[in-house]
Write a protein of this length. Structure first.
Length: 126
């Protein structure tokens, strides 16, 4: 039986950058404590970029991670990144995402990780 299934507190990583707080486990991003609406695939891209902050993520890596078993063109990835930039720019003037021409993208913001306690509900015992 996994720890989460026993109702024991689990640990979760929370990413913080320039007033934003991203809880990947609960799929929630906030700015200054207020929730920010981010479409699911765009949030997936943000989590990937932040989890690899400072490192180049090649387009092929992002395609495989975001759309496994599905063919999508580079324009689809570019649209997700554009949407992500627009959403982040509504709250900050820092250009968080760098484009490495013809190669991929890099999260360039300073990211702080913290570990937060997350209480999991106990599994029912039948």
């Amino acid at each position: 039986m996994r720890k989460e299934e026993r109702g024991i507190n689990a640990l979760a990583k929370v990413y913080e950058f320039d007033g934003f707080s991203l809880d990947g486990r609960n799929r929630q991003i906030c700015f200054a404590g207020a929730s920010v609406a981010v479409p699911p695939k765009t949030l997936d891209a943000l989590i990937l970029l932040i989890d690899n902050a400072g490192s180049l993520l090649r387009k092929e890596q992002l395609h495989r991670a975001l759309w496994p078993d599905t063919f999508v063109e580079d324009v689809t990835l570019a649209r997700v990144i554009s949407d992500l930039r627009r959403i982040l720019a509504q709250h900050s003037n820092i250009p968080f995402i760098e484009t490495v021409s013809k190669h991929g993208y890099r999260f360039a913001g300073r990211v702080h990780h913290r570990v937060a306690q997350v209480s999991q509900p106990a599994a029912s015992q039948n």
